[in-house]
Design a binder for this molecule. Structure first.
Ligand code: NDP
Length: 270
């Protein structure tokens, strides 16, 4: 049987096994997909053992995406742009890495939420691994501009230089005279710590807001805050999660699963 897995730490709460099993049964494919706990610094052993035991492909999650990038002999363009890998596969016994996170977010924004990003102003909160993965696919949608705001300005500036976008810190943004943003993406991990990033609520009013984090049974703290501050619409990261999984699935099986019903199912029951 085809063997797949997601590797990371912590991993026990990952929704990926459930998502891939639903995709497989939709398309009549027989596979196993397990969650494997792999501590930082041990991915090489983890991947080698998985391959020896018949592994055909793996997803990689926090905190191993950069380690996975370093392990791969070949990378897709989008993995190179992100300098991080979330999808492993083998070609002629060579380990290859892809990154489907950014394309997954763009599919969620454009297909599922029906947004047209061309000519629009986008504000991204955070400058970590997730942002590195989403910048290039977002830029390919031809927005008017992308601002990255981060607590540690240096990290935002590094991204701004690499991707020719704008970087700022929260205080400058909050006190400045920028025009409103069409889309605000919370790509910080603050919701996971039940905290809010220090963004002035004035940016939220009438903006489309998405938190890349997601929470079981209820909106994240950031989504609740955005809703109360008058956002035009508020979304979680489940759509991105399912879309990035669908793109990994497509890479391994050459078939495209239907995502909409999986997104709805996870929102109801996750
Ligand atoms: P990283 O640890 O690489 O980066 C975290 C970022 O959050 C940094 O920019 C950090 O700022 C910022 N941050 C953390 N806490 C706060 C706070 N209290 N206020 C302001 N900024 C804060 O994480 P990732 O980039 O890997 O992940 C970010 C988020 O994206 C997570 O919630 C993750 O779950 C989500 N994600 C969702 C995916 C999906 O499929 N839906 C896929 C990938 C990620 P600083 O640099 O100053 O420390």
């Amino acid at each position: 049987m085809n063997r797949f897995a997601v590797m990371g730490s912590p991993i026990s709460h990952s929704l990926s096994p459930r998502i891939h099993q639903i995709f497989a049964s939709q398309l009549g494919i027989s596979l196993t997909y397990e969650a494997i706990e792999v501590p930082l610094g041990h991915l090489n052993e983890g991947v080698a053992q998985f391959r020896r035991q018949g592994g055909a492909g793996a997803n990689i999650t926090v905190p191993l995406k950069e380690e996975a990038y370093a392990l791969c002999a070949h990378h897709t363009e989008r993995a190179k742009e992100a300098r991080a890998v979330n999808t492993l596969y083998w070609k002629d016994e060579q380990l290859c890495g892809d990154n489907t996170d950014g394309a997954g977010l763009v599919r969620d924004l454009t297909f599922n939420l029906g947004l047209d990003l061309a000519g629009k102003r986008i504000l991204i909160l955070g400058a970590g691994g997730a942002v590195r993965g989403i910048l290039s696919p977002l830029l390919a949608e031809n927005p008017q501009s992308i601002f990255v705001v981060n607590r540690t300005l240096e990290k935002a500036k590094t991204l701004a230089d690499r991707f020719s976008i704008q970087a700022t810190d929260y205080q400058t943004l909050n006190e400045g005279k920028e025009s409103p943003f069409f889309l605000i993406i919370n790509a910080t991990s603050s919701s996971l710590q039940a905290q809010l990033p220090p963004l002035s609520p004035r940016w939220i009013k009438n903006a489309v807001v998405i938190d890349l984090a997601y929470r079981q049974h209820q909106p994240t703290i950031f989504m609740q805050w955005a809703e109360s501050e008058g956002a035009l619409s508020v979304h979680d990261g489940i759509g991105m999660l399912v879309e990035q999984a669908a793109l990994s699935f497509q890479r391994w099986h050459n078939m495209s699963p239907a995502t909409q019903q999986v997104i709805e199912m996870l929102r109801k029951t996750s």
